[in-house]
Design a protein around this ligand. Structure first.
Ligand SMILES: [Zn+2]
Length: 511
């Protein structure tokens, strides 16, 4: 019996494990068996590899071939093992040098014509290989740019199977394709100055950006809720190097093109309320894939028409909102994806959207309006820091020259200064933004006595819960940071209380 092995990586969540792909050829009738918990896509690999190897002039062995992926206990999914399987079989057959496969991870899906196609999750897989001390890799030529984002790695790109065997024989492989036109700056192309009026809501957006507070926008259709939510990321600071790598790894798993480099700006995801639970939080049969909440990691998750989302979907956000990650348990493995996002919800005042609009005719039954408003569950509402009501913009404001509005860059400048103040104050304690500071710490440094009195009064009147007090304090700190003062003053607390008290909008929307 002749055998050889090649290396690849199995991903569960963003965690990778180096997999040994062993091929053994014995004598007897031709038959190919694959063992080691492969999924359907992987079982089909033998057909793809057999066809591709014939095209590359290597031929499939005539005897029985056994392909084993170890460790066998780990479920393996996807088609990126094709290259390692073909290489291991060729080495066992003696048509390629087995030593060329040592310490080298291989990724790529094979077409029947021998072409090598791109795979999902290349970036996290390479990161895992690097962590295990493997510094040589062969990747699809189309993903050379993605692989070259990592330093300390010697990478060869291959366009087809024949090129893989050339590389294993010491060839240079494909060269880095010339850089294409720069990526359309997607969300960066939107600017706060595009939104007419709504100065109060813009201020709420600025506070949300500065302290990383969750935001709920209430208002009739067409007042600019979506426009504002889309512009939140344009106010946020760039991602740090670590954050950038985390976000890029998730995007690589989602199959998002990284040709233009690592993701440097906070991402934005806006799943529709009819989207499946799996596409929202992540899911899949054997190895769970990331969902919209992970695509929004370190960025903004916008749920428009929040009351229309099924209660199950909203409930699924509770744990990620608390822990910053999502755990997806499957029978054979448990995948963990990062999901530390800033939540922005938007809702109409009633199912038809017209309640409370002067001159509009809302035909919703009072009961239906109440039910609509209460569809976003208490635990989610509890985590919202700012409730902001938007009113229809008067036509006079629409006619105002656009230059009057502040641009995203100006506001982002103030946000950055406020973030720096928070970082200086909180970094030693392990936090970066006011939103992360726990209640007990906040309450230890209560502002001026009149401030305490103000909050006590609000609690006594039933306008504020204990959790609400913490939210108001966090908001007050952010407002003080934006104002450039070291301790929240009484009017900062008043403003914070008003922003938080928007809570009444929800319970009182029907009245
Ligand atoms: Zn209505």
């Amino acid at each position: 019996m002749r055998q050889a092995k090649a290396l690849s990586v199995a991903l569960v969540g963003v965690e990778g494990t180096v997999i040994e792909v062993e091929a053994a050829i014995s004598s007897g009738l031709p038959r190919t068996t694959m063992v080691g918990l492969p999924d359907t896509a992987l079982k089909e690999a033998r057909d793809r590899c057999r066809a591709a190897m014939s095209v590359a002039g290597h031929g499939w062995p005539t005897g029985p071939v056994t392909i084993n992926l170890s460790p066998a206990t780990l479920p393996k999914a996807g088609s990126h093992y094709d290259l390692s399987i073909a290489a291991a079989v060729a080495a066992a057959k003696g048509t390629c040098d087995p030593t060329a496969l040592e310490g080298r991870v291989l990724f790529g899906e094979l077409g029947l014509d021998g072409k090598v196609r791109g795979v999902r999750g290349l970036l996290p897989a390479l990161l895992s290989a690097l962590a295990k001390g493997l510094t040589r890799a062969v990747v699809p030529a189309v993903q050379l740019r993605e692989a070259s984002l990592l330093s300390g790695l010697s990478v060869h790109g291959v366009g087809d199977l024949a090129e893989l065997f050339e590389v294993l024989a010491g060839g240079p492989g494909s060269t880095l394709p010339p850089a294409g036109p720069p990526r359309s700056p997607d969300r960066q192309s939107v600017d706060l100055s595009d939104v007419a009026g709504q100065e109060e809501a813009k201020w709420a957006l600025e506070v949300a950006a500065a302290g990383r507070h969750h935001l709920y926008l209430h208002g009739p259709p067409g007042v600019g809720k979506t426009l504002l939510a889309e512009r939140l990321t344009s106010l946020l600071p760039d991602l740090s190097d670590t954050e950038s790598m985390e976000v890029s790894a998730v995007h690589s798993l989602c199959g998002i093109n990284l040709d233009d480099g690592l993701v440097r700006r906070p991402p934005y995801a806006d799943p529709h309320h009819s989207a499946s639970l799996a596409s929202l939080v992540g899911g899949g049969a054997r190895v769970a894939m990331p969902g919209a909440i992970s695509r929004a990691h370190r960025g903004v998750l916008f749920l428009d028409e929040a009351p229309e989302f099924p209660p199950r979907a909203m409930d699924a956000l509770r744990v990620p909102l608390e822990s910053g990650r999502v755990v997806l348990a499957r029978s054979e493995s448990t995948a963990v994806y990062p999901a530390n996002f800033q939540l922005v919800l938007a809702a109409n005042p009633c199912p038809c959207g017209m309640a409370g609009t002067p001159g509009a005719n809302c035909r919703c039954a009072p009961m239906a309006v109440r039910r609509y408003a209460s569809r976003v569950s208490g635990p989610i509402l509890d985590r919202i820091d700012i409730h902001q009501r938007l009113r229809p913009v008067r036509s006079a404001m629409l006619a105002a020259p656009a230059g009057d509005s502040e641009s995203s860059a100006v506001v982002a400048g103030r946000v950055l200064v406020a973030r720096d103040r928070q970082l200086r104050r909180l970094a030693a304690l392990g936090w970066r933004t006011n939103a992360e500071v726990p209640g007990p710490v906040l309450r230890k440094q209560l502002p001026a006595p009149q401030g305490v009195e103000l909050l006590s009064r609000a609690v006594a009147r039933g306008q504020l819960s204990a959790r609400g007090v913490d939210k108001v304090l966090r908001l007050a700190w952010t407002i003080a940071d934006l104002a450039g003062v070291d301790l929240p003053a009484l009017d900062h607390l008043h403003t914070a209380l008003a922003m938080r008290r928007g809570e009444d909008l929800v319970s009182g929307a029907a009245s």
